[in-house]
Ligand binder design. Structure first.
Ligand code: HEM
Length: 170
């Protein structure tokens, strides 16, 4: 009985494996083979944390400086996030082996949620950057930190587990 189960299991195959271009996963959007997406994601990740840090320091100290630092960090996190999103989207659409894998699309969905949060956080502050910090600014920043961690972790999974956007070497 148990032998049958094993045999059946061995016969199962993921149909995606047979799709044309399944093994074509090398990055096409890069400089001399170095993927632009990997280079550009560091900025929105770091700036998202900076926004939360500046908000927390404003809450703690009441210094106007930190509210100004927070609006700049929020704005640049969003703009660099858009740039990272553009390089990631190009990679997703252009590379057949990335396009066909569901986890790549999952990463895009999480990333779009992140970009929406970053845009909302910045736009909200444009109406008055000091009043915006407490409570909604810092709440948006805190939520963005959680979502950027998930986005970055999941992006890393695409590279380290599925080897997407990597070189096969020479
Ligand atoms: C919005 C659309 C996005 C798409 C379609 C996308 C797609 C991808 C793809 C296909 C990869 C695999 C590596 C590659 O092919 O270059 C990747 C990796 C990654 N992504 Fe995204 N991405 C997007 C946005 C973002 C954003 C906004 C962030 C973070 C702020 C992010 C963080 C990461 C990280 C950290 C990696 C791993 C990079 C590495 O370790 O080399 N992605 N992404």
């Amino acid at each position: 009985m148990s032998d049958e189960v094993v045999t059946e299991g061995e016969d199962l195959a993921d149909p995606i494996v047979d799709a044309p271009g399944y093994d074509e996963t090398e990055s096409l959007v890069g400089l001399w083979g170095h993927p632009l997406h990997a280079m550009s994601v560091a900025f929105p990740v770091a700036l998202t944390f900076c926004t939360f840090g500046a908000d927390a320091l404003y809450w703690w100290s009441g210094e106007l400086f930190w509210a100004r630092a927070a609006i700049w960090a929020a704005g640049t996190a969003f703009l660099f996030g858009l740039a990272a999103g553009a390089t990631g989207t190009a990679e997703l659409l252009l590379v057949p082996g990335i396009r066909i894998r569901a986890p790549a699309w999952t990463h895009m969905v999480i990333a779009v949620l992140l970009l929406s949060l970053l845009g909302a956080n910045w736009g909200y502050r444009l109406q008055g950057y000091e009043a915006a910090v407490l409570p909604y600014g810092i709440l948006l920043s805190g939520f963005s930190v959680l979502v950027v961690m998930v986005t970055g972790w999941h992006g890393g999974k695409l590279v380290f587990d599925y080897r997407l956007g990597t070189s096969k070497g020479n």
